[in-house]
Design a protein around this ligand. Structure first.
Ligand SMILES: C[S@@+](CC[C@H](N)C(=O)[O-])C[C@H]1O[C@@H](n2cnc3c(N)ncnc32)[C@H](O)[C@@H]1O
Length: 221
């Protein structure tokens, strides 16, 4: 999978991906609207070109309050995210080229007001989805929002994701309709944030194509 060209569908306004992006952006906008006054922290896991956050922040009234860290492995995507942030004058948006599964990349930025896990849950095993959700208790502030995505193809994991989140004190704010063609969820964390585990790996990014071939279960020992 070329994760740079994967983003091209965002430029086709009627594509599923573009519609998903608009849903994610709306959840980000609403989450920022609801944040308390003062400085805000945001982290984005496997951030790609950052089109979700960077499509909202430039025009959002809280833009100067937000310090964000986007973690993305592909340097081409990271460079585009960095350029978009620079163009918008968002000096507190940092783009890190690295493995977003590593908790160490979030040190000093969590627990955050807004945690973005978009384009991740469809690319990792179900076991790692649950494991990553458990780690989200280290990433999300009490009262903070987790915005996540997952395709709704059969077998549809979204209801199970909601269940795993609810078991861990994440309260559902919104879930896209089952027939939307994509899955986007927003959950508010009502629990006590856990301390960040140093040096942990939350998931192995397998890729949806490799998962469909059944490769994923060999990836985590
Ligand atoms: C499906 S895309 C989602 C991008 C973005 N979050 C979005 O929703 O537009 C997945 C992204 O994860 C990146 N990626 C893959 N493995 C990664 C890893 N281990 N750490 C960080 N990023 C990774 C890919 O380069 C790609 O940009």
């Amino acid at each position: 999978m070329d994760w740079h060209t994967w983003h091209d569908d965002y430029d086709r306004p009627d594509s599923v991906l573009a519609r998903r992006l608009r849903a994610v952006q709306e959840r980000i906008r609403l989450a920022l609207d609801a944040c308390p006054p003062g400085p805000l922290l945001t982290v984005s896991m496997c951030a790609g070109q950052g089109r979700d956050l960077l499509g909202v922040l430039p025009e959002h009234p809280r833009r100067e309050d937000v310090t964000a860290r986007l973690v993305e492995l592909d340097p081409r995507n990271a460079a585009l995210a960095e350029q978009a942030a620079d163009r918008a004058g968002l000096q507190r948006v940092e783009v890190v080229v690295g493995d977003a599964s590593l908790t160490s990349h979030y040190a000093g930025m969590v627990p955050a007001d807004l945690v973005l896990v978009c384009g991740v849950f469809g690319n990792i095993t179900d076991e790692d989805v649950e494991r990553t959700i458990t780690y989200c208790r280290q990433l999300c502030k009490q009262g903070g929002t987790l915005v996540w995505t997952r395709h709704r193809k059969v077998p549809d994991l979204a209801p199970q994701i909601c269940h795993w989140l609810e078991e861990r004190d994440f309260e559902r704010q919104w879930l896209s309709e089952p027939d939307a063609g994509f899955g986007v969820g927003a959950h508010r964390f009502n629990g006590e944030p856990q301390p960040l585990s140093p040096g942990a790996s939350m998931f192995t990014f397998v890729g949806y194509d490799a998962l469909a071939r059944g490769d994923g279960h060999q990836s985590r020992s």
